[in-house]
Design a binder for this molecule. Structure first.
Ligand SMILES: [Zn+2]
Ligand SMILES: [Zn+2]
Length: 408
């Protein structure tokens, strides 16, 4: 469906009107306009169907790699360190008891395979769970978008001023004194709490601040047919992520204040890694469905962000007490409970996507990536300079005095 507004088109043509038609960018604009307007759509017959299946097959492999599924799996072939639990610093395996290290490697392989399996089951059971056929076009679109975002991340990481800034930040963090040395299970629990506390506030900031939401995190929330394979990653504009992740910058500081040696946690490491495996496919409709039938999986919600709890974060049916959403935690539901933003997932799969019913589905990589910037640019152009700080850094509830008539 193409629901791009005529207003936007008028805006694009109006800004072109003052220039000579020979201007090369206008020619590029004319070329791009049909590409901008159209959403990806294939017929389910003849050569279009064959083409759709061929591109979809490529997108399945590439998409899985983009979601770091195969990527993680590849890293396991030469494992030296593994992540036990999301946001807890990875663990060097050669410093562990060899039999425990072997158990962790097997769980890590299982985690990668399980994520691939869930992505595949999402496609197979999509019609049964949602009543709608699997959205192949959306999967292809997201694979392209994720590729662009990853490329942007790579560009940002290779950018020398950003590298200098990060090195400077690392040097500052190195000067932070260590107040408490923790080890074993206490260290593990503390690392989980600190990691998720930083993630919670970073994520909430991304939802509540205009530029972090409109130019970044909105992409992760756009899809109305959300599954493991139709989930857009965060845009990789590192400076923006770093800004949106102000609280995440706290993580190295807090990890330095409470130095944690989790090696002595023993079998607790394996138990937490199994839980991490179960909740890792956090956009899987298949796992949501299984969770709705399993009391044991639902019991995990007391402390952990299960697939259901994170999928609920993508629901456009619940705005939450702050109007910007619910369930901001990454792996622990504790901070959402403490700060009053927890919402229990319903039995039936909630509708996902942006709160705005007029929001663009954007099954078009060009619009998906550029539309938020276009919208912000038009807002800045149509309003006074004194409104700019609010347009950029105000709350997501803020509407500029001259709003832009363009879908989100
Ligand atoms: Zn979010
Ligand atoms: Zn998500």
């Amino acid at each position: 469906m193409n629901n791009i507004e005529p207003t936007l088109e008028r805006n694009m043509l109006a800004s072109a009107a003052g220039y000579s038609p020979r201007m090369p960018w206008l020619a590029i604009g004319r070329l791009l306009l049909p590409l901008w307007r159209k959403d990806l759509a294939f017929k389910r017959t003849g050569w279009q169907y064959v083409l759709l299946m061929a591109i979809a097959a490529f997108a399945i492999v590439y998409g899985a790699w983009q979601q770091e599924v195969i990527h993680n799996f590849g890293a396991l072939l030469n494992t030296k360190a593994t992540t036990v639990f999301y946001m807890v610093p990875s663990l060097a395996l050669n410093t562990l008891d060899p039999s425990l290290a072997e158990v962790l490697v097997w769980i890590a392989i299982g985690r990668a395979l399980f994520a691939i399996f869930c992505a595949w089951l999402d496609m197979v059971f999509h019609k049964k769970i949602t009543g709608r056929p699997f959205d192949w076009e959306s999967m292809i679109n997201v694979a392209l978008v994720n590729g662009l975002f990853s490329f942007a991340a790579l560009f940002a990481v290779l950018n020398q001023p950003i590298r200098d800034w990060l090195a400077h930040y690392d040097a500052l963090v190195a000067q932070v004194p260590t107040l408490v040395d923790l080890n074993g299970s206490v260290a593990l629990v503390m690392a989980m709490l600190i990691g998720d506390f930083c993630f919670y506030w970073s994520h909430r900031l991304c939802h509540e601040t205009r530029c972090f939401w409109n130019l970044g995190h909105i992409s992760h929330h756009r899809n109305r047919n959300l599954t493991q394979m139709t989930c857009a990653i965060e845009p990789g504009w590192l400076p923006l992520q770093a800004a949106g992740g102000l609280a995440l910058l706290l993580l190295p500081v807090m990890s330095k204040l409470f130095t944690s040696d989790i090696r002595d946690a023993g079998i607790a490491l394996a138990v937490l890694m199994v839980i991490d495996t179960l909740v890792d496919p956090s956009h899987s409709i298949f796992m949501y469905w299984i969770e709705s039938k399993s009391r044991a999986l639902r019991a995990l919600r007391t402390v952990f962000v299960t697939v259901g709890v994170h999928y609920m974060h993508h629901s456009n049916e619940v705005t939450g007490p702050h109007g910007t959403g619910v369930n901001f935690g990454a792996r622990l539901s504790i901070w959402d409970r403490v700060f009053g933003t927890y919402a229990e997932p319903p039995k039936a799969l909630p509708r996902t996507g942006l709160f705005d019913p007029e929001a663009d589905l954007c099954v078009n990589p060009l619009r998906y990536v550029l539309q938020p910037f276009m919208r912000m640019g038009l807002e800045l152009r149509g309003n006074k300079l004194s409104d700019w700080p609010f347009i950029l850094f105000g709350s997501t509830d803020y509407e500029p005095p001259n709003p832009v008539r363009m879908s989100r």
